[in-house]
Design a binder for this molecule. Structure first.
Ligand code: PLP
Length: 423
């Protein structure tokens, strides 16, 4: 089985580290080999061996309209016919900036970049530049891309001390990165008491979607907003996943929080490589060339990417997010009930069009809880679902994604497959 995928993967392993261009795709966590995808339409993937899958990964989030959306594909085709990169401004950059700013009340200006990693890296530099402070507080289990300052691991002592999270990151670079557990406002308060005057920013995923799916508890985001304001630190919402997913206006619209800076990626590019950071005019005007904080990109504002983003946001503005949320919730609850009947411990948080099967007795409110889930059960579930044509994220630390084009038939096929799983 999976002959062509297997052959391609073997060859790729000789040519590309681990055979993949981003680690989690290798499916190590679930003791499986990656599938090579030949094409994708709607919420259906076809692999190079001709097998079809219902896609609950959606390229890790961007494809909320489904793959090969008629309007997005047409916009990209048309843009390609006009040339693929100019290294000079193009009209769609202005149009996409206008669309993003209109969607999120906290945004007054925005700068386009090429990935979520660039967005968070640049937002942090800006926060440091405007405050003249170096320290940043992030939460354990939140992912902000692979820039050095965010690849910090918890040392001994909560919220005070961190060590490099990977070889290649100098200790000095993460010495200014403080860590606290998600949903732990007390740890944050403690951190501000000790380091408040040195904190340039707090960066947070307003809904944590890189350790499964952890919802912010009542008061957590509000507490971050008030502490950062009190100490003159910037609050950065990393909405790379939640932007245009938690609601059209992102998690900030959903929870009514007004962050200073916001980062985007994934959906904003409609499946092309795009990220963005934006926020209050007083801060954004300090980005070069208007201001002194340097940030640049050869392909930033790329005409193909802008066209894809613009077509995506234009279409999303007319979609019924609450209907999608209802469909997602009923699917997730049905899935939870099926698994529960099989006698495995299961939690199934959902928010908007995201859902996450955690094999756990108790609700997951931070990274320690996510680590404590039964990952062997997840692996077994993943493998049996994939064998039946249901494509889930290959790790218990990822959220499931639903698109506007998942139909009732897609959901029932996924539930039928779940019925047949045995543990
Ligand atoms: C995916 C992600 C990033 C990184 O984006 P890339 O485009 O992969 O660099 C940053 N923050 C969050 C919350 C993400 O989910």
């Amino acid at each position: 089985m999976d002959d062509t995928s297997r052959q391609l993967f073997e060859k790729a392993c000789q040519l590309i580290p681990g055979g993949v261009n981003s680690p989690v795709r290798a499916c190590h966590n679930v003791d499986s080999l990656p599938l090579f995808i030949a094409e994708a339409h709607g919420c259906h993937l076809k692999d190079v061996d001709g097998r079809e899958y219902i896609d609950f990964v959606l390229s890790w989030g961007p494809m909320i309209l489904g793959h090969d959306d008629t309007d997005v594909t047409a916009a990209v085709r048309a843009a390609a016919g006009r040339g693929t990169s100019y290294g000079a401004p193009c009209p769609d950059e202005v149009a996409l900036a206008e669309a993003v700013i209109a969607a999120l009340p906290s945004l007054e200006m925005v700068r386009m970049v090429n990935s979520g990693t660039e967005a968070t890296m640049s937002a942090l530099r800006l926060a440091r530049g405007v405050t003249g402070r170096n320290k940043v507080l992030k939460f354990v289990g939140c992912y902000h891309g692979h820039a050095d300052p965010f690849l910090a691991a918890a040392g001994s002592g909560v919220a005070t001390f961190s060590i490099p999270g990977t070889p290649g990151v100098p200790e000095a670079v993460v010495a200014d990165t403080l860590l606290a557990p998600y949903n732990d406002l007390e740890a944050v308060q403690e951190c501000f008491k000790r380091h408040g005057e040195e904190l340039a920013a707090v960066i947070v995923e307003p809904v944590a979607a890189n350790m499964g799916l952890v919802l912010p508890e009542a008061g957590f985001l509000e507490g971050l907003r008030s502490l950062t304001s009190q100490y003159g630190s910037l609050l950065i919402f990393d909405e790379v996943i939640t932007g245009f997913r938690a609601a059209f206006g992102g998690a900030q619209a959903r929870f009514g929080i007004d962050p200073d800076l916001t980062t985007f990626g994934k959906i904003i590019g409609g499946g092309l490589p795009v990220g963005a950071f934006g926020g209050k005019r007083c801060y954004m005007e300090q980005v070069a060339p208007k201001g002194a904080v340097y940030q640049a990109g050869t392909l930033s504002g790329n005409p193909l990417a802008m066209a894809a983003g613009l077509a995506t946001l234009g279409k999303l503005a007319r979609q019924d997010y609450s209907a999608l949320e209802t469909r997602t919730r009923s699917f997730a609850e049905a899935l939870r009930d099926i698994l529960q009947e099989k006698g495995v411990p299961i939690q199934m948080p959902t928010l908007a069009s995201m859902f996450c099967p955690y094999f756990s007795e108790k609700p997951v409110r931070n990274f320690d809880d996510a680590k404590g889930c039964n990952h062997a059960l997840f692996t077994s579930f993943y493998k049996q679902m994939r064998a039946q044509g249901i494509y889930l994220a290959p790790s218990g630390y990822e959220t499931g994604m639903v698109s506007f084009v998942h139909s009732e038939e897609d959901f029932s096929r996924a539930l039928e497959a779940a019925h047949k799983v045995s543990f």
